[in-house]
Design a binder for this molecule. Structure first.
Ligand code: TXA
Ligand code: MG
Length: 315
């Protein structure tokens, strides 16, 4: 891709078409610009990680046009519904039990059985979501480790040539990421943002504990969710009998992440293949994956899958 197209609000139907085709479009929300992909397409979601050069698969926030759309992908408790009624559309993300079976890619939820979801407040974001008619996964539209973008120029300075288009809707009005509340089973504040803690407590009529989002995404906690029951051995060049092999590149394999050694395809297949392998109940061997670009995130996840289980056996 040579350069990223800058679209104006009048081009919104174009932006929607590009997203439905599985390509990336950065778009403004009231908080920051998001890097959007169709959340139902594994490959499109994998492209997000590639464009951002994100070194690990953190779960992403899914953006929907309305509460009724959120109901299709998540299970809302009474308290979650009260929060949604009070703050949507707006800068509040709710982490909710995933409604199964889900059309949302496992790469979006990073294999968890919860989903982070919000209805953004910016008119242009809601118009785009309605036009697309699908859930849109979107982290902030900046290269990994860089500052979140609040204008289309910020997006282009970091991602020009790496994404298909940016929808320029002017500056994000809030400029700070959404507040994240985990609503199951007891509401907890995972990330501070534009919606304040006391406003949330007013709606719930009860205090909410603050849990840093780091504790949620910390390896120790998330690792368990990614880990298959079977023992996983990495960097295996020759598959052995009695083991199920997860391949990369040409060669024999039980499942292949990408026969053409394409890292984006491999990322898109990763969680699905791990689940399929897990169902076989055999020890798992994995081909070496180059530790560059998206390969770093894939290896991060595979190392967690291969890590020894703790003594509690928990996962
Ligand atoms: O304002 C925002 O929220 C922006 C705009 C674009 O909407 N988006 C954003 O996304 O900040 P991102 O990917 O940078 O932040 C997602 C956060 C991560 O910290 C992740 O840990 C948390 O949401 N998250 C997502 N799914 C989760 C889950 N199932 N459980 C716990 N935390 C989750
Ligand atoms: Mg971010």
């Amino acid at each position: 891709m040579l350069s990223t197209r800058r679209l104006s609000p009048a081009d919104l139907p174009d932006a929607a078409r590009i997203l439905r085709a599985g390509d990336l479009v950065a778009f403004p929300t009231e908080t920051v610009y998001g890097l959007g992909a169709d959340a139902t397409q594994d490959r499109a979601v994998a492209e997000i990680y590639a464009a951002k050069a994100r070194p690990s698969f953190n779960p992403l926030i899914v953006h929907v046009a309305s509460l009724s759309q959120a109901d299709r992908f998540a299970i809302l408790s009474d308290s979650a519904r009260r929060l949604a009624d009070a703050f949507w559309p707006g800068p509040l993300t709710l982490v909710l039990p995933l409604r199964a079976p889900s059309a949302v890619s496992r790469l979006v939820t990073a294999g968890l059985d919860t989903i982070a979801i919000r209805v953004p407040g910016a008119d242009i974001a809601r118009a785009l979501l309605s036009e697309v008619g699908r859930p849109i996964a979107a982290p902030s539209a900046n290269p990994s480790g860089r500052i979140s973008p609040t204008t289309a120029d910020h997006v282009l300075s970091g991602l020009d040539g790496k994404i298909h288009a940016v929808l320029d809707g002017g500056a994000a009005t809030i400029g700070l990421e959404s507040t994240i509340v985990s609503a199951a089973p007891n509401p907890r504040l995972l990330r501070l943002g534009a919606v304040q803690q006391d406003a949330i407590e007013d709606v719930l009529g009860a205090p909410v504990a603050i849990t840093s989002e780091d504790t949620i995404t910390a390896p120790g906690q998330l690792a368990s969710h990614y880990a298959p029951w079977a023992r996983v051995t990495l960097n295996v060049v020759q598959p052995m009998s009695g083991m199920a092999h997860l391949g990369f590149g040409p060669g024999p394999a039980t499942f292949n992440l990408s026969e053409t050694a394409d890292l984006v395809e491999a990322a898109a297949n990763l969680f699905g293949h791990l689940h399929r392998l897990d169902a076989l109940g055999q020890p798992i061997s994995v081909s070496p994956i180059p530790d560059e670009g998206l390969g770093r995130a894939i290896n991060d996840r595979l190392r967690r899958a291969a890590a020894p289980r703790d003594s509690s056996g928990g996962r």
